[in-house]
Design a protein around this ligand. Structure first.
Ligand SMILES: C[S@@+](CC[C@H](N)C(=O)[O-])C[C@H]1O[C@@H](n2cnc3c(N)ncnc32)[C@H](O)[C@@H]1O
Length: 324
């Protein structure tokens, strides 16, 4: 039997103020802001009613459901990072590394993108905003600030503040007119020469079978009917960025991702994300009027079909553009 030698390893301890900050005062939003509908003026048409679903209906009524959604968002973040081998595609590496750049993550959810990216660029300042306080309240790097706000209202920032704005997976939250309003507001707070980047997944399962097709189309129809949001938001994101006359230098990249274990670990994770995401939509779609058990069985059966087909893909997009 060989002997096991254990070397003593020098563990670097991070200064306490780098990872612990006293809880900041998070502004509580007035209750009526959580209502499903808000009347705001969107560009081009006055008094358009914009529906948003960034409320308890979409993300669950209790804390356990929200925590579960946060865990799913953490997993989704690392799968996207692994797919691209990066957290962004805009040409901002030098800016974030060497300058005190200001970065905004919109609809930051559990804050995973902000937490992960901010640690790589300690000189830059990161801001995460979300309508729900899903982000960490106190354990975070010192270059990170989270706040609760609604991107369908005027943001609490002056014009031309941020060097880079990132927004991901807002397809289930923004209606068509809300996309236009949100992008216009984000461009307002973006500096001239700064970049805005959007990442969306299609939720279109290429080569899907009948069970997966039934689940997907029923979910898409229900979300459009109930909230007027379209799960496949990449065309909206693309068009809204392209049509904004303050943006130039538009770029796009897309990656096809395998769903299922035939695609290795990444394929397994993307399939799991689809299963988990569909289950977490339960309250948003009222389980399609079925019992929760039947709803879960429908999802598992669709996911097993995808696993067995060994040729199903989804598509992830990144779009980015520069402010004139
Ligand atoms: C699917 S999650 C994506 C989270 C995060 N971007 C990520 O990639 O992990 C969508 C997030 O948008 C937030 N949201 C929805 N409507 C919003 C609004 N009007 N203003 C700000 N955040 C909103 C939700 O609360 C949720 O955290």
């Amino acid at each position: 039997m060989g002997r096991i030698h254990s070397k003593s390893v020098q563990v670097q301890v991070m200064p306490r103020d780098r990872y612990y900050q006293k809880p900041t005062q998070i502004q509580t939003m007035p209750r009526d802001r959580y209502k499903q509908k808000c009347s705001i003026s969107s560009p081009g048409s006055s008094n358009t009613t914009i529906t948003y679903v960034g409320d308890t209906k979409m993300y669950g009524k209790n804390e356990a459901q929200r925590n579960d959604e946060c865990d799913r968002l953490h997993m989704a973040h690392f799968s996207i990072r692994d797919l691209w081998k990066s957290n962004f595609s805009s040409p901002i590496e030098d800016l974030l590394t060497n300058k005190r750049a200001k970065v905004l993550d919109v609809g930051c959810g559990a804050g995973t993108w902000v937490l992960d990216t901010s640690l790589n660029y300690p000189k830059s300042e990161f801001y995460g905003i979300d309508i729900l306080p899903l982000f960490p309240q106190c354990i975070k790097p010192s270059n990170v600030t989270f706040s609760q706000c609604d991107i369908l209202q005027r943001l609490p920032y002056d014009d031309n503040v941020f060097d880079y704005i990132h927004m991901r997976f807002m397809g289930s939250s923004l209606t068509r007119s809300a996309w236009e309003y949100a992008i216009k507001e984000l461009v307002r707070v973006l500096k001239s020469g700064g970049y805005i980047e959007i990442c969306e997944i299609d939720n279109i399962w290429v080569n899907e079978g009948p069970r997966a097709g039934k689940l997907r189309s029923q979910a898409i129809r229900t979300l459009i009917r109930k909230y007027n949001v379209c799960l496949m938001s990449s065309p909206l994101a693309r068009r809204t960025l392209r049509e904004n006359n303050q943006l130039t230098d538009f770029h796009q990249e897309k990656k096809m991702v395998p769903m299922g274990s035939w695609g290795g670990k990444l394929g397994e994770v993307f399939l799991e994300n689809a299963r988990w995401g569909a289950k977490n939509l339960k309250s948003a779609v009222d389980s399609f009027g079925m019992s929760d058990v039947r709803y879960d069985t429908m999802i598992d059966s669709a996911m097993n079909e995808i696993e067995l087909k060994k040729n199903v893909f989804d598509t992830v997009h990144r779009f980015w553009a520069k402010k004139l």
